[in-house]
Design a protein around this ligand. Structure first.
Ligand SMILES: Cc1ncc(COP(=O)(O)O)c(C=O)c1O
Length: 456
């Protein structure tokens, strides 16, 4: 098939996700055909540095024959069996490995197929759990402004991004969104309890009635609105508030788990044991679809022991698929054996020093945020005065200037306009110093293009 044919067929038969009509209809849909390490190649053979690890997921890097071999071996021995009233060795082994890396008594895994489904499953678990404990009125969810928790209708109700929610209302009622921690810092000598974001959670709980709240959902580092790192002590406050009111704490780690922040789980980095962790993406490094919910063992026991519940009334045909879970085992084993998380921790200062240099040399990078291998650059019209970009400038930078500069230098990553004008960076976790330097060099060229555009 020629390049022209494949694009024509895509335009006719393939409906792409979150893609503007103009981009779908034009003749330039990127077609990626191959990946190796931290680089991918298009249908003309041109290489691009994968600055977003696919979609924050290819943690182990592209083109690993050990992982494809594990998938093939599993298909040959048992292509499919269910986890409904049954199990198979791959799902058990994957669950055991995941539990072994998890903090505290998070020991039990419910597998699904995506991050959205993981969030759906967590919503359903917390509701059924409370019902089983004789508290059927505990149905409400607290989540944070601008947070992305997925697109299926339950997960979308938890998502706090207005433009993703608006076309699909009315959504599941009973979800309250509270401010995220953007720009917050614990005052000198003070505590995280004084943060406006923490006080807002307390206020919403009081307003709604603590006995009606089922769970608080939050990402350790919030992706949407640009890699928001929590202030010191924030997660301990969430834990304390939830404990005080009998509310379950759900860490959505669809991005943060499996090394993105340099730890197996982001919650561990911030010293907290949530009640549930949702995960997906890095569990298989994108070699097969898999999501899941990791649950504290006593919660599962209580749900099973409760006369009102007795079973978690939820499941999916593909949940814990043998091939996906065999891939997870191979991927998690490789991440561990090759100390990939150690690579992230060792290179984090180098990454951050490079971002400092890019910001200091630029007139339009207001700041960078992030940790591990997970960053956002945020742009302003003038970083020294803080003068914001106009709406038109922002549209041009996100829609034209950055995509063009990225194409020119051979970089794939995500310009983001959710709440500000940003560039997201989240490379494969196997990137060494040479790859990171290549990334920083390319990002610097993209930033130069933005500087020039804003100046002129
Ligand atoms: C934090 C978070 N939760 C949930 C999701 C939804 O995951 P999926 O796209 O696999 O449905 C995402 C996707 O990026 C995410 O970042």
């Amino acid at each position: 098939m020629t390049s022209t044919d494949i694009r024509a067929l895509a335009r006719r038969h393939l409906l792409p996700h979150f893609t503007k009509g103009a981009a779908w209809r034009e003749d330039a849909l990127p077609i990626i055909t191959r990946g190796e390490g931290c680089y991918v190649y298009d249908d003309s053979g041109r290489g691009f540095l994968d600055g977003l690890a696919g979609l924050f997921c290819v943690n182990i890097g592209h083109g690993r024959s050990d992982i494809s071999a594990a998938a093939a071996k599993q298909m040959e021995s048992l292509a499919y069996w269910t986890n409904w009233s049954a199990a198979h060795p791959a799902s058990v082994e994957a669950a055991t490995l995941i539990a072994g890396h998890a903090p505290g008594d998070l020991e039990t895994v419910f597998f699904v197929n995506s991050g959205s489904e993981a969030v759906e499953s967590a919503v359903k678990f917390v509701r059924q759990y409370h019902r089983g404990q004789g508290e059927p009125q505990r149905t409400k969810i607290i989540a944070r402004d601008m947070a992305y928790h997925g697109t299926t209708l339950g997960a979308l109700a938890v998502t706090g991004i207005p433009k993703f929610r608006e076309p699909f209302g009315p959504l599941m009622p009973g979800v309250r969104h509270v401010p995220n921690t953007l720009g917050e810092r614990v005052p000198e000598g003070g505590s995280a309890a004084e943060l406006p974001s923490v006080k807002a959670i307390e206020a919403v709980i009081e307003e709604e009635g603590p006995e009606t709240i089922a769970a608080v959902f939050a990402e350790p580092v919030q992706n949407s609105r640009g890699a928001i790192v929590p202030p010191e002590g924030y997660w301990q406050q969430l834990r304390e508030i939830c404990d005080r009111h009998g509310i379950l704490l759900v860490a959505d780690e669809v991005i943060c788990a499996y090394g993105r922040l340099g730890e197996w789980f982001g919650s561990a980095k911030y010293g907290v044991v949530p009640d549930l962790i949702t995960f997906a993406k890095g569990a298989t490094s994108g070699y097969a679809p898999l999501g899941g919910v990791l649950l504290r063992r006593p919660l599962v026991e209580r749900l099973y022991d409760s006369p009102q519940a007795g079973t978690f009334t939820h499941g999916a045909t593909w949940g814990g698929h043998p091939v996906s879970t065999a891939v997870a085992v191979a991927n998690l084993t490789a991440l561990s054996d090759e100390d990939v998380l150690g690579n992230v921790r060792a290179l984090e200062p180098h990454f951050q020093a490079g971002l400092d240099r890019i910001r200091d040399a630029s007139s339009s990078v207001a700041e960078w945020r992030g940790t591990g291998f997970f960053y956002a650059l945020e742009f302003a019209a003038d970083r020294h005065t803080g003068r914001p970009l106009t709406e038109q400038q922002s549209r041009e930078i996100v829609g034209e200037v950055m995509p063009r500069a990225m194409r020119d230098v051979g970089l794939i990553t995500r310009p983001d306009d959710r709440g500000a004008t940003m560039l997201m960076l989240s490379p494969p976790l196997v990137a060494d110093q040479v790859v990171l330097d290549d990334l920083l060099h390319k990002v610097s060229a993209v930033v130069d293009a933005v500087d020039t555009h804003v100046r002129t």
